[in-house]
Design a binder for this molecule. Sequence first.
Ligand code: NAP
Length: 475
Amino acid sequence: MTRVVIIGAGFGGIAAAAAIVRDDDIDLVVLEKADRVGGVWRDNTYPGCACDIPAPLYSYSFAMNPNWTRRFPPHREIQAYIEDCAARLGITERIRFGTEVTDATWTGAHWVITMNGGETLEADVLIPAVGQLSRPAIPSLPGAETFQGTAVHTAHWTPDVPISGKRIAVIGTGASAIQLVPAIAGDAAHVSVFQRTPPWTLPKPDRRYGRARLSAYRKWPSLMRASRAGTWLLTLVTGAAVTGNRVADALVRGISHLQRRVQVRDPELRAKVTPDEPMGCKRVLFTNAWLPALARPDVDLITEKIVAVTENGIRTADGADHPCDVLVYGTGFAATEFLVPIRVTGRDGVLLSEVWREGAHAYLGITVPGFPNLFLVYGPNTNTGNTSVIYFHETQARYIAQAVRRVALGDRPFEVRTERATDYDQEMQTRLAGSVWTGCQSWYRTATGRVVTNWPGKAQEYRRRAARLDPADFR
Ligand code: NAP
């Protein structure tokens, strides 16, 4: 039996497990630090949290769902979907919940995985699938520890965060904040939104799925495939806009401009929400409710720099104090710190954190020289800003399943050739040097300026390149 350990039971880990779980020669264990599957969809429960990619595409191609209630479903539906997939595919019973991995070491023959409490487990193949957006980033603002109210990051939301009748301050105007603010405005006494950079927004083509549509989906599953294909075509337009197609860029800019004209009457507010960064520098956000929420009399958009957090609220560079009862950090994630805090030691005692000191890199975002039988899901340079990341996860899962089969057939240890990985990384960095992400500040880059999260091309190019594992790439 080939022993395989997957770390993480989010969309990536479940995709990898689904690709190998039915293989009788494989002894599969999934280690999950929380007590439920779901990854980011388990963790992010803030009001308004929903998918910003249409569900027909933001789901597994091998587990199409006829039960979505709308095109952009709320987080609880996505959580229910992934729990259902894990159960139906026979993965849930392979998961050890409440198990956090602290250490993984290659002995020369296999991986020794150390868990919280010091227990160890051996594996022939190790598949970390811990996500890119799993570790919240909270800026170190002077005085933050003195704040007397409730402070919470969007990814750490709990049902007892007080909103009704409270003064709420939200730092950040990214994908999370633009969903949260419209959901709490009106219920809260007042919302102060602190914006550093205005995001590009587009109307969200959301709609409720009626009974007739859902029963048609159940009767003729091929209709779901058609809907998925249609959604895919739409994402090609936004994808083209952020990868340099001038016509698509002009079209998407025009729609965004029109949205601001229609939804924001006040020219001063409109000027504040008009993006000054290139389109695609950060994720383009689909929303119908964000701009109208900012235009409400009980919501303020503050663009002055935050200089401190006080006992009672936030102080900005103009000397103004903005009192609040609840301080929400919608400040995103430490996306460039791959696998932190797991200590991974490969061949010859080399630390993966050392190899990645200048920024993470991996061949196809999956495999690293010096780290035999280690395959990553959602690794370096495999994020996408305009289509479904699950498409990438499935591609990686199929590739990894091929690698696992080779290990099972006796190809062990199975390690990518250094020259292949180096050439690939050079190609990535050359292409990314000409991309929109290099020219602006975003969570896609490390402090040294290396873009380590995003894939530089079209999603279908990634699928084509990672479709078939080439044994010549490995030693
Ligand atoms: P984010 O996109 O990284 O946004 C963080 C926000 O916080 C930005 O507006 C940033 O400003 C601001 N910020 C950070 N540090 C700050 C500071 N010190 N002072 C003031 N402002 C500060 O994070 P996110 O909104 O949580 O979204 C992260 C990713 O999660 C998204 O890109 C998306 O991939 C994913 N997500 C997906 C969904 C979905 O529906 N599928 C929903 C939510 C999130 P700057 O722009 O100036 O850096």
